[in-house]
Design a protein around this ligand. Structure first.
Ligand SMILES: [Zn+2]
Length: 108
């Protein structure tokens, strides 16, 4: 299945957007690691912030991988095919989730 031009554009925009976000998060994490000479409560808060940022980072990286995988499938002409059952994924599902790899029936 050929991916519509719109979908390709959307996925590329997502890829750029997420890459920038990851860069921003990483810059933020590194910046916040510097001052450690604080009282315990502040250190805890700081660590919690880092955990949140790291979690965000992980999530963004995961999404980025999915977006890149979708772009790869487009190149191979495999876009929109369910990985599990080989059926076509509902275009409405792809519209909502352009990097979906499974049809609605096979989705976890
Ligand atoms: Zn399926």
């Amino acid at each position: 299945m050929q991916a519509p031009e719109e979908t390709i554009k959307k996925l590329k925009a997502m890829r750029d957007d997420i890459s920038h976000r990851i860069e921003a998060i990483e810059a933020d994490v590194h910046h916040k690691k510097e001052p450690v000479e604080k009282d315990f409560a502040e250190q805890v808060t700081q660590r919690e912030n880092e955990d949140v940022l790291n979690a965000l980072d992980d999530e963004s990286i995961q999404t980025l991988n999915q977006v890149n995988a979708a772009l790869l499938r487009i190149e191979r002409g495999e876009y929109g095919i369910c990985e599990k059952c080989g059926e076509q994924i509902d275009p409405k599902r792809l519209e909502a989730l352009p990097f979906a790899t499974t049809c609605i029936n096979c989705a976890e």
